[in-house]
Design a protein around this ligand. Structure first.
Ligand SMILES: Cc1cc2nc3c(=O)[nH]c(=O)nc-3n(C[C@H](O)[C@H](O)[C@H](O)COP(=O)(O)OP(=O)(O)OC[C@H]3O[C@@H](n4cnc5c(N)ncnc54)[C@H](O)[C@@H]3O)c2cc1C
Length: 406
């Protein structure tokens, strides 16, 4: 890494501790192989043990404030941690800073009532339960989230929720969902019609219909994406997070820092893929005495990947600085830029690393194929590439006096 992508000196000891933990405990061949080739539930007992070790080492929930059992890191400090954890497919889970729980914890921290925090945030922060975020619907475009069929109708002190959602990631085994539902259909502004409501998943009327197959991989437990139905689900109105109609504003707030988390996790994946690519190029012989790395195409891939990963890292750290200085709203352009840029760097680097490994790259003997399958979604979730590019371009054109909408 170049010096300007390095973490602040004050963080060096913590990062070294986390790096050593990842290297010795998580990149261990047997641990990674079981995660890659067996159902998640088979790894859970072992992962619980690793979580206990992480807690004992003092590296638990790095993004959470100290009073909630975390390390109280700033967004930039946490960004560096996220890149170190991203080198393992289970890094974030083991330190209890995995999506979607991390975003849900931040939401409850900032907007939850004391009762909601005691009932839902505290056990999440301790890693005793999991949660999910239920917004996208199969029948309507997720890229236009204000267009939504799911409703929450007030009835006395309750809401009655009806709707059909999918890609409710990690719903399988979660204790509760944060559901986006229309509560104020008459509000003049479309983005003021929906609210975020906590639904315990044991509530009658909730059904997990299936874990959706992702490129052939159905997954289970935390490592899954659920299609779910809410049929007359009744929950207290006290389960609403924030004001009625504030759902989109809160979701946007949740997604701002969340994109830094995702992007730095992707940088971590890139670093691991880059390392595997270089190791292979430096050891695989195409003929006696002829290394794969002697081929110019492979050299180009190594040089281009290094440049792209460093550029991506600098962009993400810059976006994190802008969020810290100006808030999510003030950093919107930077956030959209990193979302599409880093997702594409990730895809390129993974593709090159996989190609360099030949047939081995297609197997689950390395994590490359797992990431290739599951991180293709990086260009789609939290807003597809095209939506973010359009947003950036429209803002730039506005500075040239052209208002082209949006
Ligand atoms: C792995 C994964 C995990 C996810 N996890 C969650 C989760 O936990 N909770 C949740 O609620 N949702 C989740 N999602 C859903 C995700 O947020 C949506 O898939 C995303 O918002 C896009 O919506 P859509 O799939 O309906 O695509 P659509 O909105 O139908 O868009 C399809 C395509 O149309 C194009 N397009 C769309 N809009 C424009 C535009 N304005 N200009 C040009 N082209 C455009 C893009 O190429 C886009 O990919 C997840 C998705 C994936 C893949």
């Amino acid at each position: 890494m170049t010096s300007s992508t390095e973490a602040p000196t004050a963080q060096t000891t913590l990062l070294e501790t986390i790096r050593r933990f990842v290297d010795t405990e998580l990149l261990h061949h047997h641990v990674e192989r079981r995660f890659l080739t067996r159902p998640f539930r088979e790894s859970r007992a072992h992962l619980d043990g690793l979580r206990a070790k992480a807690r004992a080492l003092g590296i638990w929930a790095p993004f959470l404030p100290v009073e909630h059992g975390g390390l109280g890191l700033s967004l930039i400090e946490y960004a560096h941690v996220s890149a170190v954890l991203g080198r393992s497919p289970i890094g974030h889970y083991v330190l209890n800073c995995q999506a979607p729980d991390a975003g849900n914890m931040e939401l409850l921290l900032q907007h939850g009532t004391p009762e909601q925090q005691a009932r839902w945030l505290a056990p999440l922060a301790r890693g005793e339960i999991r949660s999910c975020f239920s917004m996208t619907e199969p029948d309507l475009p997720g890229s236009n989230p204000v267009w939504m069929n799911t409703t929450a109708v007030a009835d006395g002190n309750d809401y009655v929720i009806d709707g059909h959602k999918w890609f409710t990631s990690s719903a399988d085994g979660a204790a509760f969902a944060i559901v986006m539902a229309v509560t104020n259909p008459e509000a003049p502004m479309p983005h003021e019609r929906a609210s975020l409501i906590i639904v315990p998943l044991g509530t009658p009327g909730f059904t997990l219909e299936r874990n959706i197959q992702i490129m052939g991989d159905e997954g289970d437990d935390y490592a899954s994406h659920g299609e779910v139905r809410y049929s007359g689900v009744r929950v207290p109105r006290a389960n609403r997070i924030g004001a009625e109609g504030a759902g989109f504003r809160l979701a946007q707030e949740r997604l701002g820092p969340g994109r830094i988390h995702h992007c730095m996790r992707w940088i971590g994946i890139c670093e691991r893929a880059f390392h595997l690519m270089c190791e292979r190029a430096a050891s695989r012989q195409l003929a006696p005495g002829t290394l794969l790395g002697s081929k110019q195409t492979v050299q180009n891939w190594i040089a281009e990947s290094r440049a792209e990963i460093d550029a991506a890292t600098l962009l993400v750290l810059d976006a994190a600085r802008k969020i810290e200085a100006h808030g999510t709203q003030g950093a919107r352009e930077a956030i959209s830029t990193i979302k599409f840029y880093v997702a594409n760097v990730l895809q390129q680097v993974l593709d090159r690393a996989l190609q360099v490994h030949g047939a081995l790259g297609m197997t689950d003997d390395t994590p490359l194929a797992y990431w290739y399958r599951h991180e293709r979604g990086a260009r789609i979730y939290d807003g597809p590439d095209e939506v973010h590019k359009a947003m950036v371009a429209r803002r730039i054109l506005k500075r040239y006096g052209a208002d082209v909408g949006g």
